[in-house]
Write a protein that binds this ligand. Structure first.
Ligand code: ZN
Length: 431
């Protein structure tokens, strides 16, 4: 093995603490590799075969592509993933002062985190800040990431709840508010957070118009296990797949068809935003690529029919303490290779045709593969694939890496699987 994909994944995840930072990390890597940024509001007439481009939507979704020579006949090869992870978003006017001067922040839950995993962690704040500028219609966006731990959500001591280990019901509004510190009490003073952000960015406080800020766990990704076989980190769902898609795009070299990665936002809340998979954004980008290289509408339809999509989002590995939760005959394990996800009620886009394509790609890449199907009495999740096919009628497969503790503040995955998946993705782009 030459390049160390796992060290690179750790670095990628550590810097990508929220959706906006994940997109910024990807942008840096794409620019370093010579990709040119296109803006939706500009003309894309400069696009040409062989060119490498990327588009950012809402600072939180990113689409990168290398234009191939043979558009309608070869179509698009697409890998999708998502930039967002469940957690806590800070509400406006967030400061809540306790009478002793302790300050809490008011937050709202984003997506479906396992709430109690967020207690007693060294948390901090990251996201985007919107500043006033000369044009009221186009305020200025700055990203912010506080490196130092700033907050914690302290758990109630067991002495105040002796039955805590029998299970507790948590209120998102009462139990989960983070403490940011202690100040001399001056009444319900607002603006503490704005002042902190202004100082961090080195801007006038009055220029801050609004922000999208979230909490993140400052603990870094670690390699664990007897033989270093596991990676433990926040946000493996779905930044591990985002990293694999990006790495495969940068390391593949097939110029026959157009290779695309599409990293959407808001998968954890149902994808229903302009930067989410239920929007027409990918459809629009593919059409514009086709149009810019002189393709007709007929060419576009032919290209779509010749395309294939890998929807990469993580899967549940069989849990050693709860094997009964998994299907009796299809229970992927950590280290068993990429997981092909199948659902009879079409929660996943995989069918026998697309699963056959993906397993052949794995075989050609020398990579093992496995299947995930829900235990029939357990309702599963859904992901990007079937949502996207309501916008574009693509062939494709839903797959991912087997994880433990999906939506915990730290999840566990296999080091070997990450290597396998990158190899399979490179094969997908190159075959
Ligand atoms: Zn996911």
């Amino acid at each position: 093995m030459g390049y160390n994909y796992i060290s690179d994944l750790k670095e990628f995840i550590n810097s990508s603490v929220v959706n906006f930072l994940a997109v910024d990390t990807a942008r840096n890597r794409l620019e370093a590799a010579g990709f040119v940024r296109l803006r939706e509001e500009d003309s894309w007439a400069e696009i040409e075969p062989g060119g490498r481009y990327f588009v950012i939507k809402n600072d939180s979704a990113i689409f990168a592509f290398v234009v191939g020579d043979n558009a309608p006949e070869a179509g698009f090869r697409i890998i999708t993933a998502h930039s967002d992870s469940p957690g806590f978003r800070i509400k406006p006017n967030a400061e809540i002062y306790c009478s002793d001067g302790t300050v809490k922040l008011n937050t709202e839950v984003y997506g479906g985190p396992i709430l109690y995993t967020w207690f007693d962690r060294p948390l901090s704040i990251a996201g985007r800040v919107i500043l006033s500028g000369p044009d009221p219609m186009r305020p200025i966006t700055r990203l912010v990431k506080f490196e130092r731990p700033l907050l914690t959500i302290p758990h109630l001591a067991i002495h105040f709840n002796r039955t805590v280990n029998d299970g507790i019901k948590l209120s998102k509004q009462k139990d989960m508010l983070p403490v940011i510190g202690r100040v001399e009490y001056k009444g319900d003073e607002k603006g503490l957070l704005t002042r902190l952000v202004a100082e961090e960015l080195g801007v006038e406080e009055s220029r801050i118009l609004d922000f999208d800020l979230s909490l993140y766990d400052t603990s870094k990704a670690t390699i664990e296990g007897l033989n270093g076989e596991y990676i433990s980190s926040g946000r493996l769902d779905d930044l591990s797949m985002m990293h694999a898609a990006l790495t495969a795009l940068l390391e593949s070299d097939n110029m026959n068809m157009t290779r695309v990665i599409a990293i959407f936002d808001n998968e954890e809340t149902g994808s229903g935003t302009k930067q989410g998979a239920a929007s027409p954004i990918l459809h629009n980008i593919l059409r514009r690529i086709n149009n810019s290289i002189g393709g007709t509408e007929e060419d576009y339809f032919r290209a779509i029919a010749n395309s294939f999509m890998v929807s990469a989002d993580n899967a549940h590995g069989i849990h050693p303490n709860y094997p009964e939760k998994q299907d009796p005959t299809n229970h992927p394990f950590l280290g068993g290779g990429p997981v092909i996800k199948i659902n009879a009620n079409c929660k996943y886009m995989t069918d026998a045709d697309s699963a056959a394509v993906f397993r052949t790609i794995c075989q050609n890449a020398g990579v093992p593969f496995q299947y995930f199907v829900n235990h029939s009495d357990v309702a599963g999740g859904s992901t990007l694939g079937n949502i996207l096919t309501s916008q574009i009628d693509l062939r494709g497969v839903d797959m991912g890496a087997a994880l433990w503790a999906m939506h915990s503040v730290r999840e566990t995955a296999s080091v070997a699987d990450h290597e396998y998946i990158i190899r399979a993705f490179i094969e997908f782009f190159n075959c």
